[in-house]
Design a protein around this ligand. Structure first.
Ligand code: ADP
Length: 263
């Protein structure tokens, strides 16, 4: 065992061109927690996720994963530890749902080898968990947006990683499927000690599911801490420039946010 945090983000800055997109972010993430990243469109959330998975390298500062610079891992080793459900995923033509979910096993299948019994078992289990096993032979270009999104979540489950990263993974799902996906993620955290890092636009879902929240604004951390401490009308006003009420809701048994929709 070592004493490294799961992630140690030290003073990172990043920009695609001369304009800075992320500025001086420092924070750590521990294993076995459900993290939410919240902030307005364009504040740099997806860019931050790209840095967390080593897809992009900070201009300054460092992203360490389990004590080692994330971009120094072999891609295959990293893919056995971190899975990503992206905002948009081009499933392409000519692939079935089962084939897309099997892609989650690629980090474990050596080149030229066939999937093992364990690979197929994990693919089946992931499709059953997400409730898409009846779609397994359907071509993904014939699926609805929500079915595609659930397929990509199943692919991440099949990947069987310590860390699952969701970039607005439930944005095209109806309320039932959104709750199902978040509940699957929650069980992975509670029962298996996995870590979930999710960009979430819906503040009530963020309040209900996340242990800790990182609020971002203009490429900086506006606020980071336990959900009950940071999900406040002051934070929401500072980050989104809207008024709200935050209170414990007895029906959902969690913090919930209310808005005054019109004057
Ligand atoms: P969010 O996920 O919070 O909506 P993003 O990280 O996608 O924000 O984008 C942050 C900023 O970086 C935006 O101004 C966006 O236009 C810009 N940006 C994102 N991706 C690219 C890219 N590939 N090239 C240039 N600019 C980009």
């Amino acid at each position: 065992m070592n004493n490294h945090p799961l992630y140690d983000i030290a003073d990172i800055s990043f920009g695609y061109d001369a304009t800075p997109v992320l500025q001086d972010l420092s924070f750590t993430l521990e294993s076995g927690k459900f993290y939410g990243i919240v902030g307005p469109n364009g504040c740099g959330k997806t860019t931050l996720l790209d840095l967390l998975i080593g897809n992009r390298i900070p201009l300054s500062g460092s992203v360490s994963f389990k004590g080692k610079i994330v971009s120094s891992y072999h891609r295959r080793t990293l893919a056995q530890q971190i899975s990503l459900v992206p905002q948009e995923f081009d499933t392409g033509f000519g692939y079935t749902v089962e084939e897309i979910v099997l892609m989650g096993r690629h980090p474990y299948i050596s080149r030229f080898a066939s999937p093992s019994a364990e690979d197929w078992q994990r693919v089946d289990q992931a499709m059953k968990t997400i409730g898409i096993d009846d779609l397994k032979n359907r071509y993904t270009n014939e699926l609805s947006g929500g079915q595609k999104q659930r397929t990509v979540v199943a692919r991440a489950l099949a990947q069987n990683t310590d860390v699952l990263i969701f970039d607005e993974a439930t944005s095209s799902l109806d309320v039932k499927y959104s709750l199902e996906i978040f509940n699957v993620a929650r069980r992975l955290v509670l029962d298996k000690g996995r870590t979930v890092i999710a960009v979430i636009h819906n503040l009530n879902l963020a309040a209900a599911y996340c242990d800790k929240l990182l609020f971002m604004k203009d490429g900086k951390i506006a606020c980071y801490g336990p959900t009950a401490e940071v999900m406040t009308p002051e934070t929401i006003a500072g980050v989104f420039d809207i008024s709200s009420k935050v209170s414990h809701d007895p029906y959902s048994r969690t913090l919930q946010v209310n808005f005054r929709y019109w004057d």
